[in-house]
Design a binder for this molecule. Sequence first.
Ligand code: SF4
Length: 240
Amino acid sequence: MFIGGFQKFTMLDYPGKVAAVVFTKGCNFRCQFCHNPELVDQKLIDYDNNIKEEEILKFLESRNGDLDGVCITGGEPTLQIGLKEFIKRIKEMGFYIKLDTNASHFSVVNDLIGSNLVDYWAIDIKTSPKKYKIMTKKDNIIENVEKSINLIMNSNNELELRTTVVPGYVNPEDINEMIDWINGIDKNIFSKLSRYSIQDFKSRKTLHDGFKNVNPYSREELEEIANKIRKHCENVVISS
Ligand code: SF4
């Protein structure tokens, strides 16, 4: 695997759990607002210097009892060859697994669900369906995202949906369309979610320089967006 970062402790990334975080390199999307360009931009990714899986596993072994779980994020973790085996070894130590994904690799999601290796999924809902391609620079992925969400929702795994609200790309009318889209995948999704997370856009570091000039939403505007989703989902959080 290509692992670009390892955070030994967080109480923020895995709801209700004390966890470590593994950051994988590479992503099939090119969200222009992405705040991890060093994990996404091929010109910036250093594939020669990686944190070794064994190093992480050794650390986790020494923290068994102190940590509850491990979050695997990116980049896009489902691109990694060896992900399944890595998760399996972590699970064998007794840790919970949270996987952050853009949900576009349905075959990998399907395999992980079939093997019962993930406890908590956090799936990105980037924007309204009509703007997905503009936002991600990727064709024909909506269907896979829908299939992944459907599969996870019908498993016994926890599911979180999350959206980074970027002005111009995720406007209030996009939120309405996203709600309709999600309800159209299955009308019970919102009632089954562990939570919906609204993530504040940060302009400090972005994949495309043009986004450095985009002003984030105010707290009031974020609350208005969250309230639209609260009409459908009990647990909506705004995270910065
Ligand atoms: S925001 Fe996520 S899905 Fe988009 S490019 Fe960055 S890592 Fe990939």
